[in-house]
Write a protein that binds this ligand. Structure first.
Ligand SMILES: Nc1ncnc2c1ncn2[C@@H]1O[C@H](COP(=O)(O)OP(=O)(O)OP(=O)(O)O)[C@@H](O)[C@H]1O
Ligand SMILES: [Mg+2]
Length: 410
C-alpha cells in the first residue's frame, strides 16, 4: 500500500510538538507547566510568548523582520514551498540593501560563490553537505539556510555516536503502541520524516559522528525520496520542497567516514577559514556584538583593539608562522577557531563589564586565550611559552598584553 502522509496528521501528533524532542522519543501528553513552542507555529512567534525572551532565538525569529522584507520584495521565481527565491536566500546570508532601503545584515562572511552553490544545491534533488574544520560556521550556515528557505530551522537531528535509527526515521509512542497496536497515531515522526511530509528543509548535525549503519538510513531517503514504514505497510513520500543539509567536521574524518554510497547523494561544500585577519576581525566583532547585546555587555567598538589582538594570536598559532612571515611557530593541539575567538572576546567583555571599568583590556582576554591555546597541559604550555617570549614580548605596543599573559601563565 502506498500512502502519502497528510502533513496535518503528522503535525497533530502530540509528540512532535517539542523542538528539543529530537530523538523521536514519545513526549508525554500535557507537558506540565513548561511552555513548549511548536516548530513552525507562526502564532507562537508573536510578542510576549517567550520566543523573544529566548536566550538564543532561532534564526527565523531573530531575523524575522529581514526575512519578511526580503519576501515582500522578492519577485524572482521560488522553487516549490520555498519562502524565498534562491537569490533572496543568498542575499539573506551574505547581506545587502533592498530596493526600499532595508538593510540585510550579513550572516555569513566568506566567498559569495560558496553560498550560491549551497543554495542552488538545495533547489536540486541533491542534498547539501557542509564540510570544514571546527568553527567555520557550518552549523550557523545550515540554520540560516533552513530559516530562509523553509522558515523553520528546528527540524534538526543532532548526530552523536549514540544516534539511533529512530532519530532519522520514526519512533513509537509506546503507551499508544501497547494500547492500540501499530498505527499512525502511535508513530512518532523524526524531524526528517516531518520535513519530507511537509516539503521542508531537514538538518543533520555532525553526520560523521553517527554510526555508519544509521547513516545509511539516509540513502533511501535521499535517493528514493521515500521512507518506508514496514510495520504499517505504508511509506512517507517526500513532497516537493524537501531537502536535507548535513554538517560534518573535517577533524572527525575517519571516526565514521561517510560511505561512498551516501557521499554520492550529497553535493559537498567546504567552508574555509576566514581568508584574512581583517575578515576574521569583522566576523568576530559582528558576532560578539550580537551576543553581547543579548547579554547586556559593553559595546564592541571599545574592544576592537583586543579583538584584533586575539585574532592575530589565533591566526599566527594556527598557521605556525608570524604575520610578517619571519618567525616559524609551533602550533598547539587545539583548533583556535573563529568560534573560539568569539567566546574568548565574549568572556572578556563580561569580565570587563562586571569586574573592570567596562572597557575590554588585555587582562580580560589573557586568561581566555590561555585556556583556548593550552588544551594539552604539557605540550601546549611549551608552545605558548615560546610564543609569549619570542613574539609577544618583542612586539611594539604589546607590553600590557605580555604582562597580562605572564600573570595568568605563571
Ligand atoms: N565565515 C563566517 N561568517 C560568519 N560567522 C562565522 C564565520 N565563521 C565563523 N563564524 C561564527 O562562528 C560561530 C561558530 O560557528 P559554528 O558553530 O557554526 O561552527 P561549526 O563549523 O559548526 O563548528 P563545529 O565543527 O565545531 O560544529 C558562529 O557564531 C558563527 O557566527
Ligand atoms: Mg557545528
Amino acid at each position: 500500500m502506498r500512502v502519502s502522509v497528510d502533513p496535518k496528521s503528522v503535525e497533530s501528533s502530540p509528540s512532535v510538538s517539542a523542538p528539543a524532542n529530537e530523538s523521536g522519543d514519545a513526549a508525554p501528553d500535557g507537558q506540565g507547566s513548561v511552555p513548549v513552542r511548536t516548530p513552525g507555529d507562526d502564532e507562537a512567534r508573536g510578542e510576549g510568548n517567550g520566543a523573544s525572551e529566548a536566550l538564543r532565538p532561532h534564526a527565523e525569529d531573530a531575523f524575522a523582520a529581514e526575512l519578511a522584507a526580503l519576501a515582500a520584495q522578492d519577485d524572482r521565481p521560488r522553487p516549490a514551498r520555498w519562502k524565498l527565491s534562491p537569490w533572496a536566500v543568498a542575499t539573506y546570508l551574505l547581506g545587502g540593501t533592498l530596493p526600499d532601503g532595508t538593510v540585510i545584515t550579513p550572516k555569513y562572511v566568506g566567498p559569495r560563490r560558496i553560498v550560491e552553490v549551497a543554495v542552488t544545491t538545495l533547489a536540486t534533488d541533491r542534498a547539501l553537505l557542509l564540510l570544514g574544520v571546527p568553527g567555520t560556521a557550518k552549523t550557523w550556515v545550515s540554520e540560516h539556510l533552513a530559516a530562509a528557505i523553509s522558515g523553520d530551522s528546528t527540524l534538526l537531528v543532532q548526530g552523536t555516536a549514540g544516534t539511533p535509527e529512530e532519530a532519522i526515521r520514526y519512533g513509537w509512542n509506546y503507551a499508544r503502541l501497547l494500547a492500540h497496536g501499530p498505527s499512525r497515531e502511535a508513530l512518532v515522526p523524526s524531524p526528517v520524516m516531518r520535513a519530507m511530509a511537509e516539503g521542508m528543509t531537514a538538518r543533520v548535525e555532525e553526520l560523521t559522528r553517527i554510526p555508519a549503519d544509521v547513516q545509511d538510513t539516509l540513502i533511501t531517503i535521499l535517493s528514493e525520496k521515500t521512507l518506508p514504514i514496514p510495520e504499517l505497510g505504508q511509506e512517507v513520500q517526500a513532497v516537493r520542497g524537501f531537502n536535507l543539509i548535513a554538517t560534518a567536521n573535517d577533524r572527525d574524518r575517519g571516526v565514521n567516514d561517510l560511505s561512498s554510497a551516501l557521499r554520492r547523494r550529497f553535493n559537498t561544500v567546504v567552508l574555509p577559514l576566514p581568508e584574512s585577519a581583517d575578515a576574521e576581525v569583522d566576523i568576530v566583532s559582528r558576532r560578539v556584538d550580537q551576543i553581547g547585546r543579548s547579554l547586556d555587555l559593553p559595546a564592541v567598538p571599545d574592544g576592537i583593539d583586543e579583538i584584533r589582538r586575539v585574532v592575530t594570536v589565533f591566526r599566527e598559532l594556527r598557521g605556525g608562522v608570524t604575520t610578517d612571515g619571519r618567525t616559524k611557530l609551533k602550533s598547539p593541539s587545539g583548533t583556535l577557531s573563529t568560534a573560539e575567538a568569539i567566546s574568548v572576546i565574549t568572556n572578556g567583555l563580561a569580565l570587563a563589564a562586571h569586574f573592570g571599568d567596562g572597557v575590554l583590556r588585555a587582562g580580560d582576554v589573557a586568561a581566555g586565550i590561555l585556556g583556548a591555546v593550552v588544551r594539552d597541559p604539557a605540550a601546549d604550555r611549551v608552545v605558548w611559552q615560546e610564543y609569549l617570549e619570542a613574539v609577544v614580548r618583542e612586539r611594539d605596543g604589546w607590553a600590557d598584553f605580555y604582562r597580562a599573559c605572564r600573570e595568568v601563565t605563571a
